[in-house]
Design a protein around this ligand. Sequence first.
Ligand code: ADP
Ligand code: MG
Length: 340
Amino acid sequence: MEFDLIDRIRARVASRPDVVLGIGDDAAILQVPAGRQLVVATDILNAGVHFPLDTASADIGWKVLAVNLSDLAAMAAEPAWCTLSLSLPDSDADWLDGFLDGFLDLAARHHVALVGGDTTRGPLSIGVTVHGLVEPDRALRRDGARIGDDVWVTGTLGDAAGALALLQRASEPVLASACEAGPILPADDAVDPHIPEALSDLRLRLDRPTPRVAIGLALAGVARSGIDISDGLLADLGHVCTGSRIAAEIGIDRLPCSQALAARFGDDRRRELQSAGGDDYELCFTADPSMRGRIEAIAAETATPITRIGRMVEGEGVRAVGRDGVLWQPRQSGYVHFGD
Ligand code: ADP
Ligand code: MG
């Protein structure tokens, strides 16, 4: 079965001049430009863990590449090539065609060539490795933040987690009403979670995240450190703090919020989703305050909001503070796959 599927993939992939040898041999051969460093990232998506079981295959295809491109964006690397490991329960050509629609659509937007992979039978699981390029010492790392840096985030936070919360409510209304988080929706919320359209704008952010590639590239030489928000802002900014051996103080009420999220969740729940919810794939980065003008220009050029949410300070860990200056704490910070 694998060969039919591999042929289907091979027939649709686009190449680029620096692919010396693509799909078909034992390995691909790629021409790395002189004087640039290779940046490599891998992410796996498992059915039921990283995407709801009913997710359309085109959305899965988009998302598995998007989460990988997001890692390159967070390093300020320019995406170039990728490989694809598919574990599929059966040889379903329709599923694969849909998957390739989403995957290759996003690949084309970023001029990424699919140059190889592996295809096996097994539980639905998809792994992608992306390869990007960066000028030496221009990558944004987690250990580059300094005391006094501003902390910034792109886009809006909490939408993907909001979609998941609504999906879980729709499928398990009894569980949700007994949820210790209290009422999830404000009293005046007229949205019926059983109507699919009620979810659609948030669900789009869950299923079709936008990797912030152009912003990441523009931040090389502007930001000091960066990370993408996959596990939740507090957890991911926490990695920057650990890597840089300093602390962050953020304003919990300064976190950028979409209209869709604000319309469906009360303040407490919204704060929780925005700070601890995963899957947004926005960038969080730190930069010297002298860079504020440059960062505002990048926001204008990319037509994407970039919001200053706090600063790096002495100490360790992330402190979130409310408008009133009072310390704010989430019940849970970030998704832990192998946690207790
Ligand atoms: P091998 O036995 O040498 O690993 P395979 O039969 O697994 O060869 O793969 C044949 C060719 O097809 C290789 O070039 C491999 O990179 C490519 N390939 C296999 N699966 C995929 C996939 N899911 N996406 C892209 N290329 C693939
Ligand atoms: Mg193989």
